[in-house]
Ligand binder design. Sequence first.
Ligand code: ATP
Ligand code: MG
Length: 258
Amino acid sequence: MGKVIAISNQKGGVGKTTTAINLAASLAVAEVPTLLIDLDPQANATSGSGIKKGSFKRGIYHSLVMQEPIGKAILGTELEFMKIVPSDRNLAGAEVELIDIEGREFFLKNVIGEERANFEYIILDCPPSLGLLNLNALAAADSVIVPIQCEYFALEGVTDLWDTLVRIRRGLNQSLAVEGFLLTMYDERTNLANQVVSDLRDFLGSQVFDTVIPRNIKLAEAPSHGKPIILYDIKSRGSESYMNLAKEVMENDKKSVG
Ligand code: ATP
Ligand code: MG
């Protein structure tokens, strides 16, 4: 049974999509069958994985709103073991179209069910808000990775996040685990970034991944070429850091089984 991991943070621009694409790709190069689902109408994970706008008929919208089997929307990528369910602008309407339907938070959970047997990991790239799409992701997920940008207000955002996770556990998904908090866009040259990392480790302890994602220009360039970092520049520090993250995620699972 595949594990479903949501990459979520209400805050915008913290590295969710970069993490979703590159974690999925790093698992895939380890020959672990991985499905990336793009739940953001901005569709950045879709284009960043090399899928062009208008080149596909079905996306996650069709599964969520029109209840088509998710299998019909799965596309291949340049990596044999990485598949994707794309998103497009239609998805922006999904929040409104689903709003009055009973069980609206559980549509994704229901449609993913069929695919769990076909993948070891299903990675969900969430939009920056706590709307219905994000709630669907958190209701469907076994665990959540929360990317946090190493900046001054990081710690304040984390307390809001805790409240959100507590509410989700009470309401939608009792068994939602924290896979880990991931520090992103770390610039080792600044004292501020070092201070933020040490504060977050003090506050969140072992729930913070050992791997820290550096600020790395190659990570910002890769999506415009429609490639995960591993195919764009495998020797970059960005590539190395996401491979380390994939290792940590796989190790977490070995620990919890053994
Ligand atoms: P949104 O909330 O809009 O969905 P997001 O949380 O998904 O944003 P990303 O799109 O992954 O964030 O990243 C925001 C911007 O920062 C992008 O331009 C991305 O290329 C860049 N970026 C992300 N991570 C890094 C990094 N480690 N080094 C350099 N640039 C990065
Ligand atoms: Mg994003």
